[in-house]
Design a protein around this ligand. Structure first.
Ligand SMILES: [Mg+2]
Length: 382
């Protein structure tokens, strides 16, 4: 079997899909994207295609090594997202060629389903509390919310009070047994992170995400010592080599590798295994499309330390197109009792509606995250 073509499609709301075709009629899909830089990743995919066309798609590990090591320069969001989507498509091809789901090729599943959480938007306490109630009514048993709006490196305590009030209202609205994750989103710097983490402890959160940016992990030892709340991060780390110092420092309880950013199934499987050896959980990051989610679920199926899956059904980013719009098999993600079943179809399990993808790619997107400013005019982390 030989790879004959790599075709890319920039589709709304903010995604990039990749189709890899072969000379035997089997093809596979991947989602190589980093939010806000879809065109850059697309260019990287096409640069890698020079090597891949004519190769046997089944030699995934070898292709991964060549894509990672063979360009001399390595790592980072663009190259690792390009590798990630190619890797997903290669696993999809292999599974479809053999007529089995990818998790079957990774040793077989060790769980039948996994808990999922839903995002709640809104900034005002009453709005967030209502959003939380809606999510629980839709059957979710866990949710995630942003911790704060923009916060300067040292800021006033009324913003801490406002953040605590929002979380308090959500806890009151959903009761003690719903998992609440609070994402600081890298908006909070060390001085205010210490205060915020400590003040949120009474609300018994499921986890706090990116209490500081992942390049500031040395601050986490101090921050983590102020609270018993589990600490999660990893959406902005891209390989085993990025994650290893986080594990060695023993400051994080949950790793959140993104299957579309951190080298795909091949690399995230290894990251999950490294985490398991440190008694650290994984909760793959996935605010993206159906192919990325399917890849995550294949990994969750075979990772003992996976405990919850992020997913983007109905997320605020998806106003123009949602998760299932691009799937022919709309029942691929079966949600029940706050969990989603592991897909059982061949490959990644999603049958992509290519005609619809081509149609929507005519519109495409130029999604960018917002640029925020503090009151003094300086840049604010989003
Ligand atoms: Mg996050």
């Amino acid at each position: 079997m030989k790879i004959t073509a790599l075709k890319t499609f920039i589709v709304p709301p903010r995604w990039l899909f990749l189709k890899i075709e072969t000379d035997e009629g089997v093809s596979g899909w991947g989602e190589p994207v980093i939010e806000g830089r879809a065109l850059t990743v697309e260019a990287a995919v096409h640069e890698m295609s020079d090597y891949l066309i004519g190769q046997d798609p089944r030699r995934i590990e070898d292709h991964w090594q060549v894509m990672y090591r063979g360009g001399f320069y390595r790592g980072g969001p663009i190259l690792m997202s390009a590798i990630a989507g190619i890797d997903q498509a290669l696993w999809d091809i292999k599974g479809r060629a053999l007529g089995v789901p990818v998790h079957e090729l990774l040793g077989g599943q060790c769980r039948d389903r996994i808990k999922v959480y839903s995002w709640i938007g809104g900034d005002r306490p009453a709005e967030v509390a209502q959003g939380a109630k809606d999510v629980v009514e839709r059957g979710f048993t866990a949710l995630k919310m942003n911790g704060t709006e923009e916060l300067q490196i040292v800021d006033s305590h009324d913003k801490i009070d406002a953040a605590v009030e929002r979380v308090a209202m959500v806890r009151e609205a959903v009761g003690p047994n719903i998992g609440i994750a609070v994402d600081f989103h890298g908006r909070v710097h060390r001085p205010m992170a210490r205060a915020l983490v400590k003040e949120l402890e009474p609300y018994r959160l499921m986890f706090i995400e990116e209490p500081v940016l992942s390049e500031n992990t040395e601050a986490l030892r101090d921050i983590a010592s102020l609270s018993s709340t589990p600490i999660a991060l990893g959406e902005r780390l891209f390989s085993r080599w990025d994650f290893k110092s986080v594990l060695e420092q023993a400051v994080v309880d949950i790793l959140q590798p993104d299957l579309s950013h951190a080298g795909g199934i091949t690399e995230c499987r290894k990251i999950a295994s490294m985490a398991e050896a440190y008694d650290v959980a994984i909760a793959p990051h996935c605010p993206l499309g159906p192919i990325a989610l399917a890849a995550c679920l294949q990994l969750d199926a075979v990772s003992y330390n996976a405990f919850i899956q992020e997913q983007s059904l109905g997320i605020h980013y998806n106003a123009s197109n949602d998760l299932l719009d691009y799937a022919q098999n709309k029942d691929v993600f079966r949600y029940e009792n706050g969990m989603v079943d592991i897909p059982s179809g061949p490959g990644l399990g999603v049958d992509v509606d290519e005609e619809y993808v081509i149609e929507r790619a005519k519109e495409g997107h130029r999604w960018r995250n917002p640029i925020w400013r503090h009151a003094d005019g300086s840049f604010a982390e989003w």
